[in-house]
Design a protein around this ligand. Sequence first.
Ligand SMILES: Nc1nc2c(ncn2[C@@H]2O[C@H](COP(=O)(O)OP(=O)(O)OP(=O)(O)O)[C@@H](O)[C@H]2O)c(=O)[nH]1
Ligand SMILES: [Mg+2]
Length: 712
Amino acid sequence: MDAVQIEEAEIETSSKIIRIALAGNPNSGKTTLFNALTGSHHRVGNYPGVTVEKREGYRNYKGYGFLITDLPGIYSLTAYSIDEMIARDFILEEKPDLILDVLDSTNLERNLYLCLQFQELGLPLVAAMNMTDEAKSKGIQIDTDLLSQSLGIPMVKTIGPKGVGISDLLDTVIAVVEKRNTLKKYPSYGGEIDPLIDSLAEILAGDPHFAPPPRWFAAKLLEKDPAAWERAAKHRDKTELLAKVQEKVAWIEKHFGKKAEIILSDQRYGYIHGAVKEAVRKEPLSKHTLSEKTDKILLNRVLGLPIFLFVLWGVFKLTFTLGEYPMLWLESLFAGLTGVLESLIPPGIIRSLVVDGIVGGVGGVFSFVPLIIILFFCISFLEDTGYISRAAFISDRFLHLFGLHGQSFMPMILGFGCSVPAIMAARTLKSKRDRLITIFIIPFMSCGAKLPVYVLLAAAFFPRNAGNMVMLMYIIGVALALLASLTISKTVLKGKSTPFVMELPPYRLPTLRGVLWHVWEKIWHYIKKAGTVILLSSLLIWFITTFPAPPPADSVQVAETGQISAPLTQQRQEEPDLLSYSFAGRIGRVLEPVVRPLGFDWKIGVATITGFAAKEVIVSTLGVLYKVGAEETEESESLREAIRQDSNFSPLTALSLMLFILIMPPCFAALATVKAETGWKWLGLMIGFSLALAWIASFIVYQTGSLILALL
Ligand SMILES: Nc1nc2c(ncn2[C@@H]2O[C@H](COP(=O)(O)OP(=O)(O)OP(=O)(O)O)[C@@H](O)[C@H]2O)c(=O)[nH]1
Ligand SMILES: [Mg+2]
């Protein structure tokens, strides 16, 4: 008696925390439910493969603590790509207390295939019948209770974005964990195969040190899963076990006349089909759905690609024309702020620090926030409608010409935002070769941080065609990405890109909340960056441009002793001694011979180097450099004006610089991600390749341009 009571008491306290794995097919709404359950705001998107990393969240409910892990989507427990392995390993190795399988109810049969595999694992299981709103509008009627009864899996109807069914779901989870819900049974493979599985499961259960759930493992062995066979060799009675398996496989293949793995999968589908036939009614929809009609146009073999290019052009056009106004307002706001600060703080080192170092650097970067908002709004909107997946589909054929394929497309598009999530997104690619190529070319997709630099230079030197110049940079970037891919796939990574089946999500009207949240996330990231990396770099640049201060009388001698290179000596008339005497000036002098052939003076050289920290830092560095170097009267003019008036800066220099920044290695954060995802070798190759290519491209453009200008 006593012993039983103690055991029950232990369950009471230890069951307070329930570890839940949120699993299911890609794009079934796992992250949406995760957000609704835990109040987090992780990225959801209308395409398979949004989540590529597991994430934890916590929820308290009725005295229980739910530790929920959102997993990448999977189709089965056999994993091919990295994101799939993360999900499978979590479920198999970390043994959660319960699997919460999220089912897309518009696609029930396929989603149940995975659900039955979970059931076979023997872990407590609850299914969320998600997207019931969409199923309803498609004329699909699901008798969830009946389906739940006949499969023996507790099921709860949910609508992720609206949070419908969340408390039901949690109640069901508690009931299952507390064993008040006794629905459980195992999927059947039919009267002939079930006994075979049972007898194998018995042998497997006989070895207490052998971890895998017997029934699931027995089915895997009959399916001739190589990993399962390897594992079976560790069983106590391995000879008997493997002999039995071989005998049963032979019997199935003889009896059914097909390979055992096909038979098992057929039987599973048959079982699902039987259950679904009873519980699901689909009203015949006579007319073609809107989705199908739209796809006829957007996926058209001839029109598809031009439409996509037009959409992309529209996005950038909108960004520049609409974004220009708020950008100019912010610019004058910061100019005004500078004026106010100057009238408040007496001249001296403190004023220089605040006005030149902080406002000059960080302020310059802030004025680009409106552009970033619009760009991200558009990209996020397109992702959520489901259009980007179509674009991937139509680009597939084209991408094959360059050794890539449609699955590389999504990471490339994400690269327009930020290389870090884009590089992570490449995890969904199944073949290592395809994945490496994709990661390698992502930095050529101009990220959001490069946008401010392009806009600054284009607006200063090509005021009439600023928008087009910026767009040209994006196009050159894409072209270089394709050429780089072609080069690598013909040299370092020979081989063919693997074929794959692309899944097209349904068109969905993006929720304003979802899109705005995503935009806010990006803006917040940008602002945080401005407050950390960019602020620190600005302060550093301010420091190295201000110190050491030249001794009052000696500065001229420095020049005369020949320590300053010729171009700098020429500038001495226009520029105060402060800069060239400072650390920055000295670094610049070392750098100058390397960047001169590209048309850069030492200031541009220093600014470019700081681009390694983050590309926006180039703008803030120029801001500080030009403020520190500016005459008192010029102080409140915009950076754009300041660089336009610098005689060392010409439109050709600007073009050469834009190109250099486009191609040069990505920021440290992106490089660290490349290292983590691929290793040192690929990181080294990427840095070497992009540095060399950047230098050569800028060299050719600047030298040819100079030659043409001289001839004119
Ligand atoms: N109409 C409708 N849409 C939903 C529902 N649940 C999720 N969605 C949408 O479905 C899309 C996919 O949602 P996610 O939560 O990102 O899906 P996921 O399962 O996490 O996808 P992966 O991480 O790629 O495996 C998003 O556009 C969601 O807004 C639902 O119940 N009804
Ligand atoms: Mg997700």
